[in-house]
Write a protein that binds this ligand. Structure first.
Ligand code: GRF
Length: 208
């Protein structure tokens, strides 16, 4: 059974999807053991408390520099004995020391089809605003490993949906979350915990 630490910053709907999937037995060989929030007021913390998952707050602004912040994140992860780190709406930057220690053991959910609308500055609603501005006919979400370049790690799972003519950034974000993010993130976590994700260079092979 692998220990899963989930890093959050906001509403925690992706965390909730993981909690619900675990409860439904859809995360094979994995257990959420810790929630680490970069914000003290993140509703994700309430979601963790409701189901008895220990939650800690590690706020970037409490640390003088990014190195001290990374050390605080590392000690929280070591304490939880995390085998897998999941970024679920996590809005802080993880430094190289964290990423190197957990190489190909940190996964992130990005609300677009990487390599579209990703990288520095593309997060949350901004991603959907850019997709609508470009006039794409399909969009979606990507689960990928985290490396030292934003949204650049090996892609694990992607799914797409049609963009409607009357979509706003808000309606598109909601549909991507409900129909894709909350499905492919738990699926990717389960595949990882089942040992079914093979990293080959900068890509992955999924053993179904
Ligand atoms: C979602 O759009 C997700 O794609 C992005 O953060 C947003 C909020 O996620 N990574 P959550 O509701 O806090 O899980």
């Amino acid at each position: 059974m692998l220990n899963i630490a989930v890093l959050v910053s906001g509403g925690g709907t992706n965390l909730q999807a993981l909690i619900d999937s675990e409860r439904n037995g859809e995360i094979k060989n994995g257990k959420i053991v810790r929630v680490i929030s970069s914000k003290a007021d993140a509703y994700a913390i309430e979601r963790a408390k409701k189901v008895g998952i220990p939650a800690v707050v590690v706020e970037r602004k409490k640390y003088e520099n990014s190195q001290q912040y990374d050390e605080a994140i590392l000690s929280a992860l070591e304490e939880s004995k995390a085998d897998l780190v999941v970024l679920a709406g996590f809005m802080s930057i993880l430094g190289a020391s964290v990423i190197r220690k957990y190489e190909n053991k940190i996964i992130n959910i990005h609300p677009a089809l990487i390599p579209s609308f990703c990288g520095k500055g593309f997060y949350g609603l901004k991603v959907h605003e850019a997709a609508l501005e470009k006039g794409v006919k399909v969009t979606g979400a990507t689960v990928h490993f985290v490396n030292e370049i934003a949204d650049d790690g090996a892609i694990i799972l992607q799914e797409c949906i049609k963009v409607n003519d009357d979509d706003t950034p808000q309606t598109l974000q909601r549909r991507v979350m409900e129909n894709i993010e909350w499905k492919i993130l738990p699926k990717a976590v389960s595949l990882f915990c089942e040992g079914k994700i093979e990293v080959v260079g900068s890509k992955t092979k999924i053993k179904e």
